[in-house]
Design a protein around this ligand. Sequence first.
Ligand code: ZN
Length: 207
Amino acid sequence: MIVETLPVGLIQTNCYVIGCEETGEGAILDPGGHPERILAAVDRHNLTVKYILNTHAHFDHTEANGEIVRATGAPLAIHPLERPLLEAAGGAALFGLRADPGPPPDLELADGDELEIGTLCFQVLHTPGHTPGHVCFYEPEEKVLFDGDVLFRRGVGRADLPGGNWQQLLDSIHRVLFALPDETVVYSGHGEATTIGEEKRLNPWLR
Ligand SMILES: [Zn+2]
């Protein structure tokens, strides 16, 4: 499986270009800025983009949605509970920033949905707490999880932004993410990758 991590935008949010080596089908996850770098990575891996995926609508994960949709023609997918935040330009105004709200989504994601990308099959996991419609993408054969701003290496997502809920965030981590195998590699929205097992043992927020 192809996984390229691209820290993009003002706060170096991780955008992921992912793909199936056998078929050349791919997806772009959380295009938060620097669309030209994202598209260059897609070209470098010779991928046909099947989906543009947003874990949630914060501007640092969505700001390049418009340019990426225009360049690839691929459908944009997000959970419907993120619509208000997406339409409010991902909350950029809260940080004194202006952002492009981008196009409306083409696909609404729901917990339990499966997304085929070549021979890969991602499960959509609804993990509210950071935002109401936050989702993670899990590939059980490859044992990889793209988890946006829920769980970080030795950290957890903020629950103090509008729509956030600390108890929900903890519940999403303990009940949904910690039910995955320990060896699952976690690719987060910020910082380095980790594993579920490592965070169960070492994450100071989750003791
Ligand atoms: Zn966020």
